[in-house]
Design a protein. Structure first.
Length: 326
C-alpha cells in the first residue's frame, strides 16, 4: 500500500466544517487528559528575526501524536514574506501509521490550516463568552481572514462582521469576495477602533506591533489573537480577567504573549487555563458580561494531524493518487 497524496482540491472537497469542529474539540479535551503528545513548534528563522540569512522567512515543524486516532504526524510550514507568491506560506501534512510502520498520507496543508485556525476561533467564541456573539470584529484581511469569516459564519449565528486592514482596498476586496457566501453582513471599517465595537475581536495579522489599542476595548468580552507576532499591547494582556492559551510553553515563545514572556514579565503561572481545560471541564470560568477573556491559540500540530487523519479515514467517491516511495 502506497502513500496517498492529497491536493488542496482533494482536501477542500472532503473537509466538513462541523466534523472539523468536533475533531478539534475532542483533540483539545484529549490533550487536557494527557492523551496527546504535542511538542512546541520547532522554528527555524531565515531572516524574519533580523538575523542571517537575509530572507525574511521562517519555517516551523509541528509534530504530534493523537492517541484517540492512533496517528502520528507532522506539519511543516515555510513562510516567505518577500517571495512573489500568494499566500506567502506553504505547508504539507505527513501522517504515519505506527501499527503498519509506514507513512499513509501527504496532504496539502494550507487549506486545512486555514480551516483549523478559524475553528480555533469558533471554539473560543462558543466556550469563552457569557453568550455567543452576534458581532465579531476581524483585524486583518489576508489569507487567514477569509477563513475566519467563512468558517465562523458557517458554524455560528453571526449577524455582522466588522473588518479592518491597514490596506483598505484589500479589506474591501475580501468583503466583496466572500459576501455571496456569508449569511452575516460584513462592514469594512476605515479605522481599527471601530472594529473593537463588537462582541468579540479576532486579530489575524503578521504585525509585529500591537494592532489594538487598550483604550478601544471597552466593549469586547473576548479577544482572540492568532498572529505569530505581537498583535496585542501589554495593557490588553495584563488587563484580561481570564488568559487562556492552547499550549502554554509554545504561547510563551511565539505570538501575542512572547514579548512579555521574553522580558520575564509573564510566565506559565500567569496563564489561567488551556482551552483543553475549558473544553474538558477542568476550568469552569464564570465569565461576567463586564469581564474580558484574552485567548491566544497560536496553533498546535495535534489539530492539523487530527483533522488530516479524520479526513484520510473518510471514504471518498473518487480515487486519489498513491505513490510508493520504497
Amino acid at each position: 500500500m502506497g502513500v496517498t497524496l492529497y491536493s488542496r482540491a482533494d482536501v477542500e472537497r472532503r473537509l466538513d466544517l462541523e466534523e472539523a469542529l468536533d475533531v478539534v474539540e475532542r483533540t483539545y479535551a484529549e490533550s487536557a487528559r494527557g492523551r496527546v503528545l504535542n511538542p512546541s513548534k520547532l522554528t527555524m528563522h531565515l531572516g524574519d528575526d533580523g538575523g542571517w540569512p537575509d530572507a525574511d522567512a521562517f519555517s516551523i515543524d509541528m509534530p504530534a501524536y493523537v492517541d484517540w486516532l492512533g496517528v502520528a504526524g507532522t506539519k511543516w510550514a515555510v513562510a516567505t514574506w518577500d517571495a512573489d507568491t500568494q499566500p506567502p506560506i506553504s505547508s504539507l501534512v505527513l501522517l504515519f501509521d505506527l501499527d503498519r510502520g509506514a507513512f499513509t498520507a501527504v496532504m496539502e496543508g494550507m487549506y486545512l490550516t486555514g480551516v483549523r485556525t478559524a475553528v480555533q476561533s469558533v471554539v473560543g467564541l462558543r466556550r469563552l463568552m457569557a453568550t455567543e456573539p452576534t458581532t465579531v470584529g476581524v483585524v486583518g484581511a489576508g489569507f487567514q481572514a477569509r477563513f475566519q469569516l467563512l468558517v465562523i459564519d458557517h458554524l455560528l449565528d453571526i449577524e455582522t462582521f466588522r473588518l479592518y486592514d491597514v490596506d483598505g482596498e484589500r479589506a474591501r476586496s475580501l468583503a466583496a469576495a466572500v459576501d455571496p457566501e456569508l449569511a452575516a453582513a460584513t462592514v469594512v471599517e476605515d479605522a481599527p477602533a471601530s472594529v473593537a465595537d463588537s462582541d468579540a475581536v479576532v486579530t489575524v495579522t503578521d504585525s509585529k506591533t500591537p494592532v489594538l489599542d487598550e483604550a478601544w476595548l471597552d466593549e469586547p468580552s473576548l479577544v482572540v489573537a492568532l498572529g505569530s507576532y505581537r498583535e496585542l499591547s501589554d495593557a490588553t494582556i495584563r488587563g484580561a480577567d481570564h488568559l487562556v492559551v492552547d499550549h502554554p510553553e509554545q504561547c510563551l515563545q511565539r505570538g501575542a504573549l512572547a514579548d512579555l514572556a521574553t522580558r520575564g514579565e509573564l510566565g506559565a503561572e500567569d496563564l489561567d487555563a488551556t482551552i483543553g481545560d475549558v473544553v474538558d471541564g477542568g476550568y469552569r470560568p464564570s465569565i461576567g458580561r463586564d469581564e474580558r477573556v484574552v485567548f491566544v491559540p497560536i496553533g498546535v500540530g495535534a489539530l492539523d494531524v487530527a483533522i488530516a487523519e479524520h479526513l484520510r479515514r473518510e471514504e471518498g467517491t473518487d480515487a486519489l493518487d498513491e505513490f510508493d516511495f520504497v
